[in-house]
Design a protein around this ligand. Structure first.
Ligand code: AMP
Length: 208
């Protein structure tokens, strides 16, 4: 699981790390955005909260994640990005995983200071139909609200998982590659593909 405030780079890292581990990255933000674009009932319900920078209610979010985790590609493992975001979601996740016979292996918290987050989010643009657009919820006033929501509702998850011995904090500053390497090391999967090949028999190769 990747934990961290908006703008910490969870989405980017989730794609890369999940690719390296050969598991799907499950991003609740991406699933909500796909539903908003597809104008589904779920998207219609979620949009109001998303545009305001608020969390979508737990009942809606948890049911959606439960369905996603029951899909065949998640059987052999998955990387969660942006879920859970409240202690209640984390508790429901624990139950769902128990039912599915899974457990959490590791929680990586991406740590970035708040000034840097505001700078990153305000400058962020997404390519949609060949045009660079700003996400509605990346507008400056919404960004500040989202960071407040994170501090109040999501940050307590850091202690929640730390007390279970699952948490590793990673400095998410520097290049994308540097952050990925820190994350892979924390997962005991360190060493880029190039490094692994040149390591030879005496190299530091990670197990698994
Ligand atoms: P993200 O792309 O992860 O920043 O998510 C964008 C928005 O989707 C958030 O600001 C929330 O409105 C909503 N969202 C994503 N994940 C969750 C979640 N686990 N619980 C509630 N709302 C969520």
């Amino acid at each position: 699981m990747l934990l961290g405030p908006p703008g910490a780079g969870k989405g980017t890292q989730a794609q890369i790390i999940a690719g390296r581990l050969g598991v799907p990255a499950i991003s609740t933000g991406d699933i909500f955005r796909a539903n908003v674009s597809g104008e589904t009932e779920l998207g219609r319900q979620a949009k109001v909260y998303m545009d305001a920078g608020d969390l979508v209610p737990d009942e809606i979010t948890v049911a959606m994640v439960k369905d996603r985790l029951a899909e065949p590609d998640a059987k052999a493992g998955f990387l969660l990005d942006g879920f859970p975001r409240t202690i209640a979601q984390a508790e429901q996740l624990r139950e769902s995983l128990q039912e599915l016979g899974h457990g959490l292996d590791s929680v990586l918290e991406l740590v970035v200071d708040e000034d840097e987050l505001v700078r990153r989010l305000s400058g962020r643009r997404m390519l949609v139909d060949g045009e660079w657009v700003q996400r509605e919820d990346d507008k400056p006033e919404t960004v500040r609200h989202r960071l407040g929501v994170y501090r109040e509702q999501t940050a307590p998850l850091s202690g929640f998982y730390d007390s279970q011995g699952l948490l590793t904090r990673i400095h998410a500053i520097g290049t994308v590659d540097e952050v990925t390497e820190r994350a892979m090391n924390a997962l005991g999967q360190g060493g880029s593909a190039a490094t692994r090949q040149s390591d030879g028999p005496t190299g530091q190769q990670s197990a698994g």
